[in-house]
Design a protein around this ligand. Structure first.
Ligand code: NAP
Length: 339
């Protein structure tokens, strides 16, 4: 079912993989970037064979300019762009406002262009937070914002809720669904990596000398993109209103370190073995933003199930062990981590 798909945020880790898979399956792709002069040459170099099948448009989440042109002639939208910084901003609106307004802008222009299929890249951040009593989550769960959650988590929850409300009110015939990835790893294209991949880089390059007592769910960027493409291709009644968590399994960081040691021993010399005591995490959190985020996660299990996605979209996730191995091998192959 080839056609033309708008992928917002083509410079990003997930956006790039979605474009890759769409082009490989014969689609034409429109993509938005914030700075066309800077980003288009890089995108053209990555997909040198795409020619006219790839069109690049300049459009910021915070402005109407460029969005009508980007949507014109498209059959579906994968709305991937959203701010995903490594640190915590002083003002949460730096994340919440572009996430919400950008999603509503993308929806409005898609609707005006007559597009009937819209897949939003949401997040497990919109599923699994603000409920301290729970440790297992599914597509039916929603993050509880009244509990007070970090700005990125709020931004993804607010954006997904706003999108669903907007579609119900303004475009009830549109087939809208979301893909909700947990932490995304897998092969990288270059050193312009997503915040999530930084974690594996830090485990392998020795920047994390001791392992904090925290865990995350792992998914593969190739599966996240596959879920987007399948959500675009599936019959409308199969995906309308759905949420598709992309999650293979929950792992403690110490288990991730062990997997790297076993699967890529030749690059595991600096992988930490000893635990970081909780008191040290709390002390470092006084000075370091990253530790501030870890502090709230110590000992927490947030196991988000991807079973519903596998069942409804009809594919199986890549095992987390393979994903972690491929992440490390790709970081080394691209020279991001020294061999
Ligand atoms: P990424 O590599 O940092 O990509 C983010 C993309 O959003 C970039 O293309 C960026 O464009 C674009 N963007 C940010 N602010 C923008 C703005 N104001 N206007 C237009 N574009 C803007 O991160 P990623 O991991 O691929 O994340 C993509 C999406 O997946 C996000 O919605 C994120 O919340 C979601 N997600 C990611 C993970 C994960 O672990 N990686 C997990 C769950 C959900 P520039 O190149 O111009 O900055």
């Amino acid at each position: 079912m080839a056609g033309t798909v708008l992928v917002t945020g083509g410079t990003g880790y997930i956006g790039g993989e979605v474009i890759d898979q769409l082009l490989a399956r014969g689609y034409s792709v429109h993509t938005t970037v914030r700075n066309k002069a800077r980003s288009e040459p890089k995108l053209r170099a990555r997909w040198a064979d795409a020619g006219e099948r790839l069109k690049v448009f300049q459009a910021d989440l915070m402005s109407d300019a460029g969005w009508a042109e980007a949507n014109a002639g498209c059959d579906a939208v994968a709305h991937v762009a959203s701010p995903f910084p490594i640190g915590v901003p002083k003002d949460k609106d730096e994340l919440v406002v572009p996430a919400r307004e950008g999603t509503l802008r993308a929806l409005k222009f898609a609707h005006e262009a007559g597009i009937e299929r819209f897949v939003q890249t949401s997040s497990a951040a919109a599923i699994a937070y603000g409920q301290p009593e729970k440790d297992n989550f599914t597509h039916l769960d929603w993050t509880n914002l009244t509990a007070g959650v970090p700005p990125y988590i709020e931004s993804k929850t607010v954006a997904e809720r706003a999108a669903r409300d907007w579609v119900a009110m303004h475009a009830p015939t549109m087939t809208f669904c979301s893909v909700n990835p947990v932490a995304v790893f897998g092969p990288v294209y270059d050193d312009d990596m997503s915040t999530s991949v930084e974690l594996v880089k830090k485990i392998v390059d020795g920047s994390i000398p001791l392992i904090p007592d925290m865990g995350i769910c792992v998914t593969d960027v190739r599966d996240v993109a596959e879920a987007h493409v399948r959500a675009i291709e599936a019959p409308a009644e199969t995906v309308r209103g759905e949420r598709f968590p992309s999650s293979e399994k929950f792992l403690w960081l110490r288990e991730m370190a062990e997997i790297v040691r076993q699967r890529v021993p030749e690059h595991a010399a600096k992988v930490p073995r000893r635990p970081m005591p909780n008191w040290l995490v709390k002390l470092l959190a006084l000075f370091m933003d990253e530790m501030k985020q870890i502090k709230g996660e110590l000992g927490n299990v947030r196991d988000v199930s991807g079973k519903h996605t596998e069942e409804v979209l009809g594919f199986s996730f890549i095992p987390a062990e393979q994903t972690l191995e491929d992440t490390v091998r790709s970081l080394v192959a691209k020279g991001i981590v020294k061999a």
